[in-house]
Design a protein around this ligand. Structure first.
Ligand SMILES: *Cc1c(COP(=O)(O)O)cnc(C)c1O
Length: 476
């Protein structure tokens, strides 16, 4: 059953319609993971910037729909951080080997829980560096271009950091991005990539492709790619296939080992709530446990047993651990530990079940009120919203990318006044992400009210000209 049908059925049972507050309250009351919101600091209206406290209650929670950019702070973070600061204060260097998060092993205290999030087996996952750094380290191993096989295949609108990583790796090997970076573009008039088209490109050009590296979930469109199908198609052509899972990790269940993915990396600060710029995830499939790929080495890749003999003879750890370079920062492991403890109270499948309903709920309310088809071109506000994230729940995660028929400049300011925290891209796109681990159905309901009020306020505003999208800037 589609989420919208399931929601309509529940509403009918309750004798109300999905637009009613009562319905949102009911959905929250039957949500088995509702209590997890209490494990996070959910920002208040009065604290987030640009809120107008003459129109909203400062003591109320804001509407935090930006967890795809930065996850909220787990409450345990402060307590655990204090423990580490105390330890440093009291015992200095002995902190390396003492305490639950003994610094010399702090990454190893969290990487098993991290492996669960992405479906990695023991030894396949490490937690280290930043995301783009890990992408570079993996490309150094997997991208070994030859005259025949020199391309990297990626999305045309890949996240900039990934695009730059690909370009610079290509140049590092003396190749030209103009001919070696192969960009996938959607069909004319479409916004997302079709799996069949990606597979076709791989079949046609596979022999010249060294590495395929897409994002698991596209940061801008919210499209979730068919990872197993694309991975298989690439490997069949002799390509290595890796994934940037920045927007997928902690968003939906992943089975990297079972899918046979060659490599993957992701950050821990979006859905995973590990704090801004914190340590990132690194996955290397077991089949490469004892590889001879080129790689950059440091002392932390050395086997623990012999690491401190300091004899300068490398005894490399197998698997992902062999890619560790520097000693890990204990303080950056703290919020990840706090967050993964909350994730351990549930499972990615349970989160996904809620997420499909929560995002499906948001989608159906937007369509009912602002959809061109659903309103027969007669939206009460005169404003239309097209959702360019796939409507198939299997092809998306928590995020919806909204394209407004008007310029959103004033609408966005009005949303901010009402404590809605989300992401904008002028002239017309807003991305919203009701993250299932701490967002509620009532958040979606409140968002819809604030959205309506913001659109009305924008239309009443003296800055009406702001509503028009300048010619030539009409693209998404
Ligand atoms: C968020 C994000 C990044 C950010 O990279 P950092 O190295 O963490 O700054 C890179 N790639 C993708 C696809 C992202 O979504």
């Amino acid at each position: 059953m589609k989420p919208s049908e399931e929601l309509e059925a529940i509403a009918k049972q309750q004798g109300c319609c999905v637009e009613d507050l009562k319905f949102a309250q009911h959905m929250d009351s039957i949500d088995p993971i509702r209590p997890l919101r209490q494990d996070f600091h959910y920002p208040k209206m009065k604290d987030v910037k640009n809120t107008d406290l003459s129109i909203v209650n400062g003591e109320e929670d804001c509407v935090y729909f930006c967890g795809n950019s930065l996850g909220l702070c787990p409450k345990k973070t402060k307590e655990y951080m204090d423990i580490e600061i105390d330890k440093w204060s009291k015992i200095g260097v002995q902190g390396h080997t003492n305490g639950d998060l003994a610094w010399a092993h702090c990454d190893e205290r969290i990487d098993k829980d991290m492996a669960k999030i992405v479906g990695g087996k023991e030894g396949e996952v490490a937690v280290m560096n930043g995301l783009t750094v890990n992408l570079h380290l993996l490309l150094i191993s997997f991208y070994q271009p030859t005259k025949e096989r020199h391309k990297i295949l990626c999305e045309g609108k890949a996240f900039p950091s990934d695009h730059y990583a690909f370009e610079s790796q290509i140049k590092l090997h003396g190749y030209d991005p103009a001919t070696s970076l192969r960009l996938l573009e959607p069909r004319e008039g479409e916004f997302t990539l079709r799996t069949e088209d990606i597979v076709k490109t791989i079949e046609e050009e596979g022999e010249s492709i060294a590495v395929i590296c897409l994002s698991g979930l596209q940061y801008y469109t919210g499209q979730y790619f068919d990872i197993p199908t694309i991975t298989q198609a690439g490997q069949k052509q002799g390509c290595y296939v890796g994934w940037d899972l920045a927007h997928a990790a902690g968003n939906l269940p992943l089975y990297l080992h079972d899918w046979g993915v060659d490599f993957a990396c992701w950050c821990s600060y979006k859905y995973l709530c590990g704090s801004a710029g914190t340590l990132a995830g690194f996955f290397l499939h077991d089949k490469y446990r004892n590889n001879n790929f080129p790689k950059l080495l440091g002392w932390w890749g050395h086997n623990m047993d012999t690491r401190f003999q300091m004899d300068n003879v490398m005894d490399l750890s197998p698997g992902a651990y062999g890619y560790r370079i520097s000693n890990p920062p204990g303080f950056l492991c703290v919020p990840i530990k706090a967050s993964l403890e909350v994730y351990n109270k549930t499972s990615m499948t349970e989160l996904r079940t809620k997420s499909k309903l929560l995002t499906g709920y948001l989608e159906m309310l937007i369509k009912k009120q602002y959809g061109r088809e659903e309103t027969n071109n007669a939206s009460t506000t005169g404003v239309y919203i097209d959702i360019f994230t796939p409507s198939d729940p299997e092809q998306r995660g928590a995020q919806l990318s909204l394209s407004f028929s008007i310029c959103i400049q004033t609408v966005f300011k009005e949303l901010e006044k009402r404590g809605v925290v989300c992401d904008k891209r002028y002239p017309r796109v807003i991305r919203v992400s009701p993250v299932p681990i701490y967002c509620s159905f009532q958040d979606v309901h409140r968002f819809m009210k604030y959205l309506y009020d913001s659109i009305q306020a924008a239309k009443d505003s003296t800055l009406k000209n702001d509503l028009y999208i300048p010619k030539g800037e009409d693209q998404l």
